[in-house]
Design a protein around this ligand. Structure first.
Ligand code: BG6
Length: 477
């Protein structure tokens, strides 16, 4: 669905995220007619560059990060025509007044802060003091949104000094993933699941976000962050909220975010006994974590597995297992809901069959499987097998629907003024409030992560975390 006409300023317009995600995503929307032909994108950064230079920079980014088939020369030329550039000094006054004439009145105005959070406050202030932002302008801010609760509160306060909460779009790109939104459609668009969606019928929930890449290239950021801050506090917490929340009365931003917030507040404190932290060792042709971050004494985790519990009526007693790590066996993000076994089996003990599972695949191969037990066809008698009712999006809807990127979807929501898939300030703070105590404990006790083989599923202790209660992770394939 096309959006209204807009002007979008990207601070950090020559940065890595702009090159890899934001600009290619905007181009895709433009080429498919979902961005108005008059809309304008203004790159902003500290360095000197003119509009022509920026167009050449963006052309190179599109060539690098889009499939050749996606870059029809006529579309690229029309898209580049929509671009402009303004050099600004985030901490000084240079360039701001020059930006003003580049913005039009009467269209949606959005400012994307794809810069270090240490600049959020400076930019927000200058947008206001130079009269660039109106009451209905929007700002989009990237993670990391804070390093702990105190810094997240400080960032919220800096933004709140210049913008109202309904103008602030805190991006968590996991919320823009197609299957993540589908999770809400499946939960709240069907009668089938809700009666079963609680501790009585769900044995356990698993969330796995495994990556094959290491942290090389981002070592200095990552070593101060680690898997807990980089992935759990934000992306995994958001997934957990969508699985665990109560049905909101409406699919509207505050109704959804109120329910997510209640989940975070009902999470029991994380404990060291229910946590396994790991660090990848060197492989035959891959460097170790220490080498990647150039710090032999690092106590930062590149892998984490945790057992979490939610203390409320719906979930008391159902464990939520989460794990995420770098340099693992495969790139795979999935949510697995394992239901309880039937209360009594009428079949022979050796007939087979297993509890139902709903597998929600975020990537690759986005889609869902509902695993059900049926009779094995043929003459073998009553033998039970487990088969997937499989809905792979690419097969059902074509690669294009399955493959569009989270960022482009979220940017279009900013233009539409829809905050449902963005984090509210209090949600972010609640997530940090839950994360802070365990981070502090690791630091105080100098907990050393356990080394694990690259290309594995993380340290064996992560398997033991589930074995203790007779459960097992779904295999990473
Ligand atoms: C980012 C993290 O937010 O998400 C990265 O900083 C991580 O460390 C990335 O690799 C994963 O995103 P995706 O969409 O590739 O699963």
């Amino acid at each position: 669905i096309p959006v209204e006409d807009f002007d979008l300023v990207i601070f950090g317009g020559t940065g890595d995220l702009a090159r890899r995600k934001i600009l290619p995503g905007l181009y895709r929307r433009f080429a498919t007619g979902q961005m108005p032909p008059e809309a304008r994108i203004i790159g902003a950064a500290r360095g000197e560059m003119d509009a022509e230079g920026y167009r050449a920079f963006v052309r190179a980014a599109l060539n690098e990060f889009l499939a050749p088939g996606d870059c029809a020369p006529a579309d690229v030329a029309r898209f580049l025509d929509r671009l402009d550039f303004q050099s600004v000094d985030a901490r000084g006054e240079g360039g701001w007044d020059e930006m003003k004439p580049k913005l039009r009145e009467g269209v949606v105005r959005a400012f994307y802060f794809s810069v270090s959070p240490s600049l959020f406050g400076d930019i927000a202030e200058r947008l206001r003091t130079h009269g660039l932002a109106h009451r209905d302008s929007r700002i989009v801010v990237e993670k990391p949104f804070g390093h702990d609760l105190a810094s997240a509160k400080a960032l919220n306060a800096e933004l709140a000094a210049h913008f109202a909460e309904d103008q602030i779009y805190r991006i968590d790109h996991y919320l823009g993933k197609e299957t993540v939104q589908n999770l809400m459609a499946v939960r709240f668009g069907n009668i089938l699941f809700e009666p079963l969606w609680n501790h009585q019928y769900i044995d356990n929930v698993q969330i796995t976000v495994a990556e094959t890449v290491g942290v090389g290239g981002r070592g200095s950021y990552y070593d101060h962050s680690g898997a807990m801050r980089d992935m759990v506090q934000n992306h995994i917490m958001q997934l957990l909220c969508l699985i665990a929340m109560e049905p909101p009365a409406k699919f509207d931003p505050d109704a959804v975010r109120d329910e997510k917030l209640k989940v975070i507040r009902a999470l029991d404190p994380a404990t060291r006994e229910h946590t396994v932290r790991g660090q990848y060792a060197a492989g035959s042709d891959t460097p170790s974590y220490f080498d990647d971050v150039e710090n032999d004494a690092s106590e930062t985790e590149s892998f984490i597995a945790m057992q979490l519990s939610i203390s409320n009526w719906r979930w008391k007693g159902t464990p939520f297992f989460i794990r995420t790590g770098k340099r693992m066996k495969a790139r795979l993000s999935e949510i697995v809901i394992t239901f309880q076994p039937t209360p009594h089996s009428i079949f022979d003990a050796d007939a087979g069959g297993m509890p139902n599972q709903l597998v929600i695949r975020l990537q690759p191969n986005e889609g869902m499987d509902l695993r059900v037990t049926i009779k094995e066809p043929g003459p073998g008698g009553m033998r039970l097998i487990d088969v997937p009712l499989d809905m792979t999006f690419a097969e059902r809807f074509g690669q294009e629907a399955a493959g569009s990127d989270a960022y482009e979807r979220l940017i279009m929501d900013v233009i539409r003024g829809n905050q449902t898939l963005f984090m509210r300030g209090d949600e972010v703070e609640a997530a940090w409030a839950w994360t802070d105590p365990i981070l502090k404990e690791w630091e105080e006790k100098h907990d050393r992560p356990i080394p694990y083989e690259p290309g594995s599923a993380g340290p064996d202790q992560s398997l033991a975390l589930l074995h203790r209660s007779g459960r097992a992770w779904r295999e990473i394939k």
